[in-house]
Design a protein around this ligand. Structure first.
Ligand code: CUA
Length: 153
């Protein structure tokens, strides 16, 4: 092997080790891993469990809302949510059947919603408009029809 080849191999291996160390340090020592999948739920009994027995939108403060939502083939319940501009919305999501996705186009909201887990995610909606909500995990024959909207006004 050429000397320069050895140098490049050593450098690139060293870089991989450094990146893996940084990522591992952030995830485990600094707790920067995604904070999802911490709460579990029986997907067969979503309807009986608070607060998923009453999915909906609740005002919990000044320009602050909580949305409890179930995802199922092929819909979001509740759908077509409306909030005033400048609202902070706390989403609590779960699936009643298979893996679904919760992506809000034009925002950073993009969550996987697997059955058996409770997904919590918060977003502030500053700009008025109609935001398209899409399921971005293939969930069956009607997957491409699984969408709703969030209207901010
Ligand atoms: Cu639900 Cu794709």
């Amino acid at each position: 092997m050429h000397r320069e080849e050895k140098i490049w191999l050593t450098l690139s291996f060293g870089m991989i080790m450094i990146f893996m160390f940084i990522t591992g340090y952030q995830a485990f020592a600094q707790g920067m891993a995604p904070p999802s999948n911490k709460e579990i739920i029986d997907p067969q009994k979503v309807d009986q469990q608070a607060s998923f027995d009453k999915p909906g939108i609740t005002k919990i403060g000044d320009k602050e809302y909580e949305v409890v939502m179930t995802l199922q083939v092929f819909s979001f319940n509740p759908g077509n949510i409306e909030v005033p501009a400048g609202s902070t919305v706390h989403f609590t999501l779960t699936s009643k059947d298979v893996v679904h996705g919760f992506e809000v186009a034009g925002t950073n909201l993009n969550a996987m919603v697997p059955p058996g887990h409770i997904q919590k995610i918060t977003q502030k909606f500053d700009k008025a408009g109609t935001y398209l909500v899409l399921c971005n995990e293939y969930c069956g024959a009607g997957h491409q029809m699984m969408s709703t909207t969030i209207t901010v006004k």
